[in-house]
Design a protein around this ligand. Sequence first.
Ligand code: ADP
Ligand code: ZN
Ligand code: ZN
Length: 818
Amino acid sequence: MSLPVASDTPTGFPAFVEVAVLPAIPGKDVLTYRVPDRHRETVRPGMRVLVPLGRRHETGLVVALTGTPPAAAPERVRDLEDLLDTEPILTEELFALCRWAARYYVTTLTEVLATALPGGLRASTTRVVRLADPAPPGGARGSLEAAILATLGARGALDERRLARALGRPGVGPALRALADRKLVVVEERIRPPAGATRFEAVLTLGAALAERDAADLARRAPAQHALYERLRAAGGRLAAGTMTPRERVAAAALVRRGLAARAREERYRDARPPVDAAAAPPVLTAEQQAVMAAVPEAPAFRGFLLHGVTGSGKTEVYLRLAARAVAAGRSALLLVPEIALTHQLVRRVQERFGARVALLHSALAPGERWDEWRRILRGEAVVVVGTRSAVFAPLARLGVVIVDEEHDAAYKQDEGLRYQGRDLALVRAKLAGVPAVLGSATPSVESYHQAASGRFTRLALPTRVEGRPLPTVEIVDLRARDRTDSRLFSRRLLETAAGALARREQVLLFLNRRGFAPIMQCVACGEPTGCPSCTVSLTWHQRRNVLLCHHCGFTRPPAARCGACGSGELVALGEGTEQVEAEVVRLFPEARIARLDRDTIGSKGAHRRILDAWREGALDVLIGTQMVAKGHDVPGVTVVGVLLADVALNLPDFRAGERAFQLLTQVAGRAGRGSAPGRVIVQTYRPEHHSLVAAAAHDFEGFAARELAMRAEVGYPPFERLAVLRLEGADAAATEDAAQALAAAATRAAAGRARVRGPAPAPLERLRGRWRWQIMLTTPSAAALNDALRRALAAWRGSPRARAIRLVVDVDPVSML
Ligand code: ADP
Ligand code: ZN
Ligand code: ZN
């Protein structure tokens, strides 16, 4: 694989470059720039450059070198201004991946690159305006010019945008140009460096060697200098200036004057990785784990593997061994995880095993930290990368293996901007690099399972837990026929089981996938629930904060005493959330040490970690939470898991609701019985016969998958058909519907019978953040036909005047159908 390089200039160096200018403008892709002579020898694909765009400069990424200007309007090609890198920061393999993604997701290479590159890497320029000094004769013509001069006089130099804001206008360009022409103001362009710049550190290094006699002399006449010289030598000839005392700094200056030391500036990484101790020796692999290792070839060749291992079966240990094997062979390993916050046990294990050779990439990094991790990877200093979905773009060289943990997790899908699926891109990346990809899960996605069943992936299995610990027993409690207790939330079965565990000083995990106290506040007179003014959902009552909150847009209001619709009715709280469960547990088990883990309780930094640490150390008896408690926490003291209402997951308006429910229940059940005592799981529901629940209770993944696949085949959903959603969002209800009708007609023409077009229909969340939402679904068994239909439909849409008022989101392989 190599990048197109056509260089027919006399010198043999490129005369033009194609540049992806960031940030991406929808629908606009790479631009061509001329390379000035001074940069011809150094410019290469993958370098950042500063380029003129309109009246400003922006950062771009060189995607290709070329000898020829564009055929259209070659006279309008401008010179690139400067190179921002001395080495490429993107590899050829990544370009190939980004090109693939641009094609598949029907977007521009520029947009993919903007997503792939670490944030905060863009330099930009601003135009700063000040009064000319001395002021030339003549003054303002008109009130705007007068206002500009007065503002600059009062506030001094201002950047153009701030000046416009101060004057309360969208822009002041023409007036400024007129003033500059008459030399009344001076406009200068200034570079704003990227937020994620390389950090340098001042160091003192060893200069000329000191003969023994001179050393004795120095020790006598200048003991402070001598002491510093010795310290510098002992430190291997390099001392950070930041570690020196004020007296040492004076001595350092003298040493530099004597030529015995020199000053230098060195790069320093910010360290975003929490410190960990090296681990004890890794365990001896079980026979099952060994079989998995043997099945994944050591020699680099692409192959997809689905590692289906029950919770606690030792999958993570296999990931670590696969990475170690790649590293031992001089290669690197990419390990994707759904969320860093929920997987810090795994992250710690990777760090214990690989120490400083690990890089972490996730969204919580500051731009500078991310830039440093990026460079450590690029330079081959970090060879094991652990990260969330965007880490699929990490610039690893000599990749040896790609691993995706919890491959079924919806967090791999980016739900804004470029809607890519990290797991799928990981497979493409492995294919481009020619290395194996291992997707692991206790509950594989129906899609991956189908790939394995049809032979496109190789199936690997870890069917039993390490050390033969049994899987927990799962019991379904029918809430319709339940044995009444005085608690609205707890069946007798759950209450007694939890009480028994607490009496034995075991830990109890209670799961409800809904935060707040009650999801609905309903009027007793007119039956109207209190809804969000901008979304078609009802507001959730949060008792502790005493607010009604929209879980989609964040709108809050104080709870009203009377119904807003009829003005008279009283409001009652319906349904339950984790806050209510907590209140109920406090009432039922007053002695227990209780904590709640959901998005409301992790507001402060580190709170999430503190709660989980306390849980792990056994300092808590009951933990109540949303899906945050379902994943990845290996706490041996937990013997009972209670699912308060499984129906919350089952009732989502999404064709994957059954699959999500099965996965969530299996995950949360897997939290029980990780230690020596066996685990018990109680699942409360009003739909005890639902196949997702029955299969999860029986630990019957195969049965579940077979049933689910049969249903998907019947209605023509993935994995049997490829699916894309076109979603339209507009402020005006009628205009949005109208646009949806027009786009559906265009899509039908574009599909030309090769893809099925369903809709338009209002989205399940018909109004969100004040915008009306409609959607159109395209399905077809052929990925190529789908791509082609989308491309044509989009071309038709872009030419239509409606495209200005209505936002169109293209979601290929959507994960959430809301
Ligand atoms: P999973 O990722 O499938 O949930 P883990 O790799 O986390 O499983 O393993 C579960 C537990 O068993 C962990 O505490 C891990 O340290 C331990 N473990 C894994 N493999 C072995 C082994 N071969 N021998 C002993 N203990 C192991
Ligand atoms: Zn009412
Ligand atoms: Zn809302």
